[in-house]
Design a protein around this ligand. Structure first.
Ligand SMILES: [Zn+2]
Ligand SMILES: [Zn+2]
Length: 210
């Protein structure tokens, strides 16, 4: 016995519907307009936590993957986007399977971008640092060239009267680099008391490199 589509009368393939009517009635995915927070300095964006920003496409994909509600098996997603108003107009094209039937579905959304300083930039702008390297001596330029290539992007370098000072937001970033520099240069570590918190002394690591 052949079942017929209750909408158009063609042969039904899934439940009471033919392929076309079924695919027209059922969505492959759903997604609403999005709001993204991007750091003023465009180094990080916020999605549950601050994440490295490298380009707009990767950031949009990250958000869309997380916010897309899927009703079938979405196999591929293609994005095209253009700047509009406070963000981007994004066309999402998804290819996938719904009840084993192939469907290509498109949806346009608007993604607004809100700018805000990320945690790292707030720390840097307040010159917050847990460790400092003082580069001195005759090898100064050679050392600083090498250091500049290896420091994380949260670190910064300042020229001083005696050489260069490199600032690190975290102690571990500085100690990793010091370990490496020790193979070639003279590295001395000391501590500087910078204050007290709840009766405990706050120490800053200071490396002197020659
Ligand atoms: Zn039909
Ligand atoms: Zn930032």
């Amino acid at each position: 016995m052949i079942r017929l589509c209750i909408l158009c009368g063609k042969e039904a393939v899934t439940g009471n519907f033919c392929k076309d009517c079924f695919l027209q009635k059922n969505k492959l995915f759903e997604i609403n307009d999005l709001r993204i927070i991007l750091c003023d300095n465009e180094d990080n964006y916020y999605l549950q936590q601050w994440k490295d920003f490298s380009n707009v496409r990767d950031m949009l994909e990250d958000f869309i993957n997380l916010n897309m509600k899927k009703f079938g098996k979405v196999e591929r997603i293609h994005l095209s986007y253009k700047p509009f108003k406070d963000g981007y107009d994004v066309k999402i094209k998804a290819v996938g399977l719904l009840n084993k039937l192939r469907k290509i579905e498109e949806k346009d959304i608007h993604v607004s971008i809100k700018k805000k300083m990320c945690d790292n930039c707030v720390k840097i702008s307040g010159r917050y640092h847990e460790a400092k390297m003082q580069i001195r001596g005759d090898n100064l330029d050679r050392i600083v060239e090498r250091v500049k290539k290896m420091i994380p992007k949260t670190s910064w370098v300042e020229q001083s009267r005696h050489g260069y000072d490199v600032f690190f937001i975290s102690k571990s970033d500085a100690s990793d680099l010091a370990k490496f520099l020790r193979k070639k240069f003279e590295v001395k570590k000391s501590f500087k008391v910078v204050g007290a918190k709840k009766g405990k002394m706050l120490m800053r690591d200071v490396y002197s490199i020659k």
